[in-house]
Ligand binder design. Structure first.
Ligand code: HEC
Length: 106
C-alpha cells in the first residue's frame, strides 16, 4: 500500500483550491507599467488625454474612486460618449493595471 497517495491528493486539492481562489477572486494588485500600455491600447487617452488629465473628457489622473467603482464605470459607463468596456475587452486584471496607472498619475 502506498503511503504517498493521500499526501499527493491533499496537495492536489490545495493546488485546486488555490486556483479557484485566483480565478474567482478579484484581480491581483495592479501593475502601473502594464496599465499604461492598456490605457494607450484601448484609446482612453483619445478622450482623457495621454496622461489622464489632459484630454477633453474629465480628468481621471489620480482617480478619486475605489477599484470597484472604477470597474463599474468601465463595464457600464454612464457617460454618453464613453464606450463600455466589458470583461472581454478589459479583464479584471487589466482593469487593475489601468487603475494602478491612473493612481500613479497626478
Ligand atoms: C470616447 C471618449 C472616451 C473614451 C475612449 C474613454 N472615456 Fe472615460 N469618460 C469619458 C467621458 C466624457 C467621461 C465623463 C462622464 C461624466 O462626466 O459623467 C468619462 C468618465 C470616465 C470615468 C469616470 C470619471 C469620474 O470621475 O466619474 C472613468 C474612471 C473613465 N472614464 C475611465 C476611462 C478609461 C480607463 C478608458 C479606457 C479604457 C476610458 N475612460 C475611455 C469619455 C471617454
Amino acid at each position: 500500500m502506498s503511503m504517498g497517495m493521500p499526501h499527493k491528493i491533499g496537495l492536489l486539492g490545495m493546488v485546486m483550491a488555490a486556483l479557484m481562489v485566483v480565478s474567482s477572486c478579484s484581480a491581483k494588485p495592479g501593475d502601473a507599467e502594464a496599465g499604461k500600455k492598456w490605457y494607450a491600447m484601448h484609446n482612453c487617452g483619445s478622450c482623457h488625454g495621454p496622461h489622464g488629465n489632459d484630454g477633453r473628457a474629465v480628468s481621471i489622473a489620480g482617480l478619486d474612486m475605489g477599484f470597484g467603482s472604477f470597474v463599474r464605470k468601465l463595464r457600464k459607463t454612464d457617460a454618453p460618449i464613453m464606450p463600455a468596456f466589458p470583461e472581454s475587452k478589459i479583464s479584471e486584471q487589466d482593469a487593475a493595471d489601468i487603475y494602478a496607472y491612473l493612481k500613479s498619475q497626478k
